[in-house]
Design a protein around this ligand. Structure first.
Ligand code: NAD
Ligand code: GLY
Length: 368
């Protein structure tokens, strides 16, 4: 993919601005991203799967800097406070000053943890996101949510800390396993389903090209999703309102992930099923038409995503897990539902009986 095909989306938060570059060859294009580094120190945080594939490529651009790398073992289980401590120790060993930069090379696990470490070192230093999964390119690397898991739950500790730049090099997706790629597509569909009906129709028209990872279509899809998310984050950086819409499908999805002990579904897969459940609940509550649910179902299927609810728990147990969601306020179940494609809505006090019926219907032997 040539230089001409690189798309730049600017995330603008008042005075603070940063670019998200999307295209091929970007990790090698150090002249572009080096300009965002302010000091002489850099720590690359990656993992034992991604570093052997892409660290050399990135390192070519770090010539002349005082830099080192810190590699985590692969997996969500390593997105822990203990590992943030280890990254901070690596920054200390590097002699990192206040103008140092952390470079996150990997998927959402690495980006979230490295960003949180950057937020903590000297109360906040720069970091650059180099996302290598589709999910990280279209969602986790943009918007400044960083953090780690605690034994008590996922993403319970963290900080809002925006990156200095996001380098989304689609060449890195060549090695991404199919299942991870499709999970990323769910996050693309999510953006369209929440707030952009034209984008949804464009995805329907381009579903086969996307499933086949065609470069130009992929860049366009990532760019459209990032542009949509950048707009939401610009209006509501710290999630006091509209940003909560980005969690369409998450409350159902998290319950399924937790019930399956994070081994049954990938996050994106859980979001896909969760979005469908949210659509069916919206139908049940008279908020949306069955035709919209059917379009969502069909698009997710064409992208190779699961749409059936796995039998990881019964409806009551899933509802109990949904009550633990971070979005809830005391005593109420707060869900993101929709009025149809591109029209997601926050529902502050969701009808629990309707949630139970939706779950029971989906889990029934011949459930839809
Ligand atoms: P991940 O980081 O675990 O990556 C998935 C797998 O792909 C891992 O095994 C990883 O090593 C491997 N991998 C990464 N890039 C690769 C490549 N180019 N080639 C081959 N293998 C590669 O998972 P993810 O789906 O990227 O991210 C999930 C995480 O993101 C979760 O922790 C979730 O909480 C977080 N998240 C954060 C936000 C946010 O706004 N901050 C949003 C969504 C998700
Ligand atoms: N992934 C949800 C958000 O960034 O707010």
């Amino acid at each position: 993919m040539s230089e001409m095909d690189v798309q730049t989306i600017e995330v603008a938060l008042g005075e603070r601005r940063y670019p998200v570059w999307i295209g091929g060859g970007l990790i090698r294009d150090a002249a572009r991203w080096r300009a965002r580094l302010r000091g002489r120190h850099a720590l690359v945080v990656s993992n034992t799967t991604v570093a052997p594939l892409y660290l050399d490529r990135l390192a070519q651009g770090l010539d002349g800097l005082h830099w080192s790398s810190f590699l985590l073992e692969d997996g969500e289980a390593h997105k822990s406070f203990a590992n943030v401590g280890r990254v901070l120790e690596a920054l200390a060993a590097l002699g990192a000053t206040r103008d140092a930069c952390v470079i996150a090379l990997g998927g959402g696990v690495i980006g979230d943890l490295a960003g949180f470490a950057a937020a903590c070192w000297m109360r906040g230093i720069d970091f650059i996101q180099v996302p290598t999964t589709l999910l990280a390119m279209v969602d986790s690397s943009v918007g400044g949510k960083t953090g780690v898991n605690l034994p008590a739950g996922k993403n319970l500790a963290g900080a809002f800390h925006q990156p200095r730049a996001v380098v989304a090099d689609i060449d890195a997706l060549a090695t991404l396993p199919d299942r991870e790629y499709r999970a990323g597509l769910a996050e693309v569909v999510k953006g369209a389903a929440i707030g952009d009906a034209d984008f949804f129709a464009w995805l329907e028209a381009n579903a086969d090209a996307l499933a086949a990872r065609e470069g130009a279509v992929l860049v366009e899809a990532i760019a459209r999703k990032v542009r949509y998310k950048a707009g939401v984050v610009a209006r509501d950086e710290t999630e006091h309102g509209e940003r909560a819409l980005l969690n369409l499908g998450h409350t159902f999805g998290h319950a399924l992930e937790t019930a399956g002990r994070y081994t049954v579904l990938l996050h994106g897969e859980a979001v896909a099923i969760g979005m469908l459940l949210a659509a069916r609940l919206s139908e049940r509550l008279g908020m949306a038409a069955a035709a919209d649910t059917a379009r969502l179902h069909r698009l997710l299927e064409r992208m190779g995503l699961p749409t059936a609810v796995p039998a990881v728990a019964g409806p009551e147990q899933l509802l109990a897990l949904m009550r633990l969601d971070k979005k809830n306020t005391a005593g109420t179940l707060r869900l993101i539902l929709w009025r149809g494609i591109g029209q997601a809505e926050i529902v502050g006090d969701a009808d629990e009986a309707a949630v139970l019926s939706t779950l029971a219907e989906a889990l029934a032997p011949n459930g839809r």
